[in-house]
Design a protein around this ligand. Structure first.
Ligand code: SF4
Ligand code: SF4
Length: 90
């Protein structure tokens, strides 16, 4: 699983950058074509949801997804052949 921000939904409020205990979200730098500055992901493979959700079959954190007012955050399966990245960080 990997973490993604849906740029079509995000309004750049940066709430996700404030709640993530792993500081995976960083304020973005450039506005997109809609003029929205979408946060950047800093090594999202560190998110415990990505690396442990499949193993335990349940959500382990999910703060960012809960707080996002636009339902822009989700976890998706990697495409066939795409490398699955996992990083253990405590
Ligand atoms: S689920 Fe938790 S650790 Fe993972 S990106 Fe969201 S707030 Fe950060
Ligand atoms: S909380 Fe949601 S809408 Fe706000 S910046 Fe993060 S992804 Fe975008």
């Amino acid at each position: 699983m990997k973490l993604v921000i849906d740029e079509k939904r995000c309004k750049g409020c940066n709430l996700c950058t404030m709640v993530c205990p792993y500081k995976i979200y960083k304020p973005g730098k450039k506005p997109n074509e809609r003029g929205i500055v979408v946060p950047e992901l800093d090594r999202p493979e560190r998110c415990p949801n990505c690396r442990l959700q499949a193993l335990y079959g349940r959500t382990l954190c999910g703060m960012c997804q809960m707080i996002c007012p636009d339902q822009a955050i989700s976890w998706v399966e990697e495409k066939p052949g795409e490398k699955k990245k996992v990083a253990i960080e405590f």
